[in-house]
Design a protein around this ligand. Structure first.
Ligand SMILES: [Ca+2]
Ligand SMILES: [Ca+2]
Length: 352
């Protein structure tokens, strides 16, 4: 099966028109040449303050994200892409809704096209449009440790998280460049979705999207949450779901409830997830904190299940960073992926 991936703009824009992002495409249609090429040619690869680059799109006409979204030409382009794409990545967003854009999203949904969009990089409550629309997969950014990026917007409309901090990508003339932003994360999810559509041609599209959600790694608050939605994209778990012998326990992080940060002794959760396909009878968790080692035995973990232990940080907000080190050991089995069995973090609680 050939999955067609439509690119809208490869770039989103910061105020002043400097570059924010880009992304990567996984699969193309047979007719890529005839249909997508003109769009690629129009897409900007590099945008700095409205410079025209290498004979590509003239960026002088482009203003803020809001201006961009309000341009009828962009919506027309989107509609044209919908007619032949399976996945569309929208690495862009704005604060206000647009009737035209909402119409385009509704049209895409009616055609069974998946739309993936960045949640925005203002670090505030309120997901950008179009990511906030129902039916659009809103993607947020995490760093290398799997924590939500401080610059990511949050709230209703965050569905999934993917890497978005210091991500390396190819650049013009064999160069390499590092990008950060939810736009980068969005591209990973669009690529993963295109790959999974291709690998699961008989599954309804909505079910394939649900697979990405179901096999996402737990992150932030246990369960669905407004910072990382269903969790962090893990295409390996999706692909391993029919292998019945994967034993993999993972420390998925430390969660501090913002409502409890004012206390002098701040409670937090250490969470462990069974990211394999085997039921795990016993998993030993050790946590080093403030000169003491605490041991816990987590029993009876079903595939995908998360269990948490509550600990306390005697530091309080605004004090110096506290080192926390955690280790996991799966008893009676060999863990297939030891790399996620250890986590060392220095926690500094924000002053409130
Ligand atoms: Ca969560
Ligand atoms: Ca593991």
């Amino acid at each position: 099966m050939n999955v067609k991936t439509g690119w809208m703009r490869l770039c989103a824009f910061l105020e002043g028109g400097s570059l924010l992002l880009l992304g990567g495409v996984v699969a193309f249609a047979d007719d890529f040449g005839s249909h997508l090429k003109p769009l690629f040619e129009q897409s900007c690869i590099k945008c700095h303050g409205g410079e025209k680059t290498k004979g590509k799109v003239d960026l002088k006409a482009l203003g803020s994200v809001e201006d961009l979204l309000a341009k009828p030409g962009l919506i027309k382009e989107l509609i044209e892409v919908i007619d032949f794409a399976d996945v569309i990545n929208l690495s862009l967003g704005g604060e206000s809704s647009s009737a035209l854009l909402e119409h385009a999203v509704g049209y895409a949904r009616s055609k069974g096209v998946a739309i993936v969009a960045a949640v925005g990089n203002e670090g505030t409550r309120g997901v950008a449009f179009p990511a906030r629309y129902e039916g659009v997969i809103g993607v947020t950014s995490i760093d290398a440790k799997g924590s939500a990026s401080a610059f990511s917007n949050y709230g209703e409309g965050v569905d999934l998280a993917a890497p978005g901090v210091d991500v390396y990508s190819a650049w013009e003339e064999e160069g390499i460049v590092s990008f950060s932003g939810t736009s980068t994360a969005s591209a990973f999810v669009a690529g993963a979705l295109a790959a999974e559509f291709s690998k699961n041609p008989t599954l309804p599209r909505e079910q394939v999207v649900d697979l990405l959600y179901e096999f996402a790694n737990e992150s932030e608050k246990p369960g669905f949450d407004e910072f990382t939605g269903h969790g962090v994209l893990n295409i390996g778990r999706v692909d391993n779901r029919f292998d019945p012998y994967v034993a993999d326990a993972a420390i998925v992080g430390y969660y501090f409830d913002p409502a409890q940060l004012r206390e002098e002794s701040v409670p937090f959760l250490v969470s462990v997830q069974n990211q394999g396909t085997l039921w795990l009878k016993n998993v030993e968790l050790e946590v080093d904190l403030m000169g003491k080692t605490r041991k816990f035995m987590l029993s009876d973990l079903n595939p995908g299940e998360v269990k948490s232990e509550r600990l306390f940080l005697e530091s309080g907000p605004g004090k110096e960073g506290v080192r926390i080190q955690s280790r996991l050991r799966v008893l009676e089995r060999e863990d297939a992926k030891p790399v996620n069995n250890v986590r060392a973090s220095t926690i500094t609680l924000p002053s409130k």
